[in-house]
Structures are given as structure tokens and as C-alpha cells.
Design a protein around this ligand. Structure first.
Ligand SMILES: C[S@@+](CC[C@H](N)C(=O)[O-])C[C@H]1O[C@@H](n2cnc3c(N)ncnc32)[C@H](O)[C@@H]1O
Length: 239
């Protein structure tokens, strides 16, 4: 099982058990108990006027589908994927309850076959920080490039380095790579041995400039950035 599976599956099982509707409601400090108040909504509202009407959108890491439903309710054609079946079951239910049409499916964005469909928008609502290793992020960016129309936009909201963030005891932040590791008791696949202890990759919290450089190295030119809120277009450019 990949390092990004167990945590997310457990989260959606808990979410379902507790009758919550989205990821952020699992955390007291972020909880809104309002499906419409998803975290990147203000950013989406800001970029919406620049998007072609009825654009084709692919969202990966859609969770329970709040952003996907928001876009579908505004006339966009939305396909949305998530790694975790429990998330997609909830997302289908919430879309049905709201009378909006979204094509949801279970897929790992790091293991997507070459795409046949291209989109005006590929959207990430706080998935990228959970995709930690260079190899996995490279696979993800390949999937993004592969699915964007030449005129398309990659709209990304991701957690970035925060000097005030305090990592709890079982976590270890490597400032050189921006990788946050979590202690694990077993040498599971993907685990690395640091200071005589097994750790799993947990998050990647890059400085905003490092994120911008990473996107450029992966053929995605940033046209707007405010911290971890980014719009990028296809294209390589010398830095
Ligand atoms: C922080 S949650 C955000 C969920 C949702 N976008 C939201 O804003 O509520 C990150 C999401 O990314 C999904 N995810 C993690 N790794 C993934 C992968 N490799 N492929 C697809 N989805 C993934 C998780 O299951 C989870 O739903």
C-alpha cells in the first residue's frame, strides 16, 4: 500500500461514521460544518471569471466533491477523481442530493494511464501536499500536462511552508526538501530510515518560490501565485 493511502482511507471512514461532509471538518480548527464553505472556494471565485463558460474540468483529489459540485452547479462539465472509494461514495451522494452532475471515479493521480480526454482546467484542491516524493510528483505533473488542452489552466491550492507551523513529535520536517516525515513502527514500502527510525513520507511543504520552480521544471508556467494558490499554463521556460 502506498504511503498516501492509509491516512486518507481512515479519514473518510471517520468522516462517514461521524456524519461529516468534508475533509476540513475532521479538524477542530478548520471545521465549518458547511459543505459550501470548502477551503479553496474564495480562490475559485476569484479565478472563475477568467474561465471559458461551460469549461471541461478535471479535479483530482476531489474528496467528497465540494469544489466539483460548486463548479458543476455553475455550468462547468466536471470529471472528478479520488484515491479513496469511501470519498467517492460520499461525493456521489452529495452531488445527487444537490442535483448536480459530476462524473466521479476512483483513481490514483500518480498512476493514471495516458489520457484520451483533455480539459480546459485541471484542478487540485489541497491534494498535492500529500504527494511527497519527487517520483510521485513527477507522475502527477505528467498526468496534469497530459490532460490539459494547449490553452488550459492548472488551478492549484496546496499547503506551503509556514514558518509558524509546529510539527508534532512524531513528525520531522526536512527543510532542504520540504518533506515532512512521520514515524512508523514498520519498514513499510516507501518507508525511509532516518536517525535509526523508520519514517513514511507524509507531506511536502515547499516554500512558494520552490513550488513555482518545481512547476516550471515540470512544464507548468505559473501565471498567478499567492502562496499556495496558483494558476499555471503549459510551457517550459528557462529559469
Ligand atoms: C486534504 S484532502 C482534500 C480533499 C478535498 N479536495 C477537499 O478540499 O476537501 C486530499 C485529498 O487527496 C486525495 N488523494 C491523496 N492522494 C491521492 C492520489 N494519489 N490520487 C488521488 N487522490 C489522492 C485524498 O484521498 C483526499 O481526498
Amino acid at each position: 500500500m502506498r504511503y498516501y493511502y492509509a491516512e486518507h482511507q481512515a479519514a473518510y471512514q471517520r468522516l462517514e461514521r461521524e456524519g461529516l461532509t468534508q475533509w476540513n471538518d475532521l479538524f477542530d480548527e478548520d471545521r465549518t460544518d458547511d459543505f459550501e464553505a470548502f477551503p479553496n472556494r474564495p480562490f475559485l471565485e476569484r479565478v472563475l471569471p477568467d474561465l471559458p463558460p461551460s469549461a471541461d474540468v478535471l479535479e483530482y483529489g476531489c474528496g467528497t466533491g465540494a469544489a466539483a459540485c460548486f463548479l458543476a452547479a455553475r455550468g462547468f462539465h466536471v470529471d472528478a477523481i479520488d484515491l479513496i472509494p469511501e470519498a467517492i461514495t460520499l461525493a456521489r451522494r452529495f452531488a445527487r442530493e444537490r442535483g448536480v452532475q459530476v462524473d466521479f471515479s476512483v483513481q490514483d493521480v500518480c498512476a493514471m494511464p495516458p489520457g484520451t480526454k483533455q480539459y480546459d482546467v485541471v484542478l487540485d484542491s489541497y491534494c498535492l501536499q500529500s504527494i511527497v516524493t519527487d517520483a510521485d510528483r513527477s507522475s502527477l505533473f505528467t498526468a496534469v500536462r497530459d490532460r490539459l488542452k494547449p490553452t488550459g489552466r492548472y488551478i492549484l491550492s496546496t499547503a506551503v511552508y509556514d514558518p509558524d507551523r509546529v510539527y508534532e513529535e512524531d513528525f520531522r520536517y526536512d527543510a532542504g526538501t520540504g518533506i515532512c516525515y512521520q514515524k512508523t513502527s514498520t519498514p513499510a514500502p516507501d518507508a525511509v530510515h532516518l536517525d535509526n527510525t523508520w519514517h513514511l513520507p507524509h507531506r511536502r511543504h515547499l516554500h512558494p518560490e520552490a513550488l513555482r520552480a518545481e512547476l516550471a521544471d515540470n512544464g507548468l508556467q505559473v501565471t498567478f501565485q499567492s502562496g499556495g494558490d496558483v494558476v499555471a499554463r503549459l510551457g517550459y521556460q528557462a529559469r
